[in-house]
Design a protein around this ligand. Structure first.
Ligand SMILES: *Cc1c(COP(=O)(O)O)cnc(C)c1O
Length: 393
């Protein structure tokens, strides 16, 4: 069984590039060049340097002593929350802005839902002095005012998507339209392990620095490179893909994916794609997707804005279908409780997305000698108001 993308851009049954004809030249340019660019020594040098000096990598692998005692197993936290901008997303935007430069592009577009990817994109555009346009649903602009302000402060232009439900998928449509109209000078930075091939593979490779570091860090701490389990939350699946990457072909490493069950998998208000999804096309790839009987995308729900996505990346659909990954879904309530628990046991306030991964201990019993590495994908500062309202702090 292969967990790598094949030449046609598929992971098993999932992936590919389902794009309008007019987008073909842009995607084809990227597809034919991304591996050569990423393997170029001068690219690697600049990428590694920025990850070190700008992002602050390597991120620590922290042995969570009190959390481990509580759950009677050995828990390590991979501290992506300590990255510049507070989450893993910047690993990808740094990589893609360097690819854009190598392709001779001088303008960046992106779409964002909660605004986190927009901020990570605006950040690297400021760093490189490149023009940045971020599409965002009009409703999301109202809901996520602090992130809109951050993007503006960083010099990006935030363009409202006013059609349809005025949320993420409408912003995506606007970004695609922009790219079709500006095929020569513009690169489109997609923010998760989704999109038409080669995006899922490219994003996964940029995020794979996470599992690359886990290997040597665990070797130092435990005398072995492979943990027994790696655990991550899944929105589109980029922090998860990066956390799993170097363990995909190591059968002794269990892969655990945690999705957002919202108010419950069967409540009609959830984002538990592996449980509820069927094969469909979203964002230019074939993957599991929450949809109605006649193929309309269902509006997802999660208390966490970053997991509020109706699909998952094609790698994850493949991991689910082949049984390589164990998939769990965690409700809003269980995630919030796990976020509070980490805060009070370890002094780390996690992003609510991450809190979903931390709730794994409700569903899965680990052995005392198991080494469990959890991706701490982001910090909770951005979510403080949601925590305040929920716990009446
Ligand atoms: C965006 C985000 C996620 C979800 O995105 P993935 O692509 O699934 O990783 C998870 N955690 C945090 C902190 C985020 O900002």
């Amino acid at each position: 069984m292969s967990y790598q993308v094949n030449e046609k851009g598929y992971y098993g049954d999932f992936g590919g590039a389902y794009i309008p004809e007019m987008l073909y030249p842009n995607v084809e340019e990227l597809r034919t060049q991304y591996l050569d660019i990423m393997n170029d020594p001068s690219f690697k040098e600049e990428f590694d340097q920025l990850l070190k000096d700008y992002v602050g990598r390597p991120s620590p692998l922290y042995f969570a002593k009190r959390l481990s005692e509580k759950h009677n197993t050995k828990v390590y936290l991979k501290r992506e929350d300590l990255n510049h901008t507070g989450a893993h997303k910047v690993n990808n935007t740094i990589g893609q802005i360097l690819v854009a430069k190598k392709l001779g592009k001088n303008r960046i577009i992106a779409e964002t839902g909660a605004g986190q990817h927009g901020v990570a994109t605006a950040t690297v555009c400021a760093l490189m002095g490149i023009q940045c346009v971020v599409y965002m649903g009009e409703i999301d602009i109202k809901r996520q005012a602090p992130n809109v302000a951050r993007m503006k402060m960083l010099g990006a232009e935030v363009r409202p998507a006013k059609s349809g439900s005025k949320t993420l998928k409408d912003a995506t449509n606007e970004a695609i339209r922009d790219w079709i109209n500006n095929p020569v000078d513009t690169h489109y930075i997609i923010g998760s392990a989704i999109g038409p091939h080669p995006y899922p593979d490219m994003v996964t490779r940029f995020q794979s620095v996470i599992s690359e570091e886990i290997k040597w860090q665990l070797k130092e701490k435990e005398g072995r490179e492979n943990p027994d389990y790696v655990v991550a939350c899944i929105g589109g699946g980029s922090n998860a893909a990066g956390t799993y990457y170097h363990f995909l072909d190591e059968p002794s490493v269990g892969i655990i994916a945690v999705e957002a069950a919202g108010k419950g998998v069967d409540s009609g208000e959830s984002a538990a794609t592996s449980q509820l999804g069927k094969e469909g096309i979203i964002h230019g790839c074939k993957t599991l997707l929450m949809q109605t009987a006649d193929g309309q995308i269902t509006e997802p729900y999660s208390i966490s804005a970053g997991l509020d996505y109706p699909g998952v990346g094609p790698l994850h659909s493949h991991l689910y279908r082949t049984g390589r990954g164990e998939f769990y879904s965690v409700t809003d309530d269980d995630a919030m409780a796990a976020g509070l628990e980490l805060s009070q046991l370890e002094g780390i306030i996690p992003a609510i997305e991450t809190s979903h991964a931390l709730a794994i201990f409700n569903d899965k019993k680990f052995k005392p000698e198991d080494v469990v590495v959890i991706s701490l994908s982001g910090r909770g500062d951005k979510d403080l108001n949601t925590y305040i309202d929920y716990f009446r702090l």
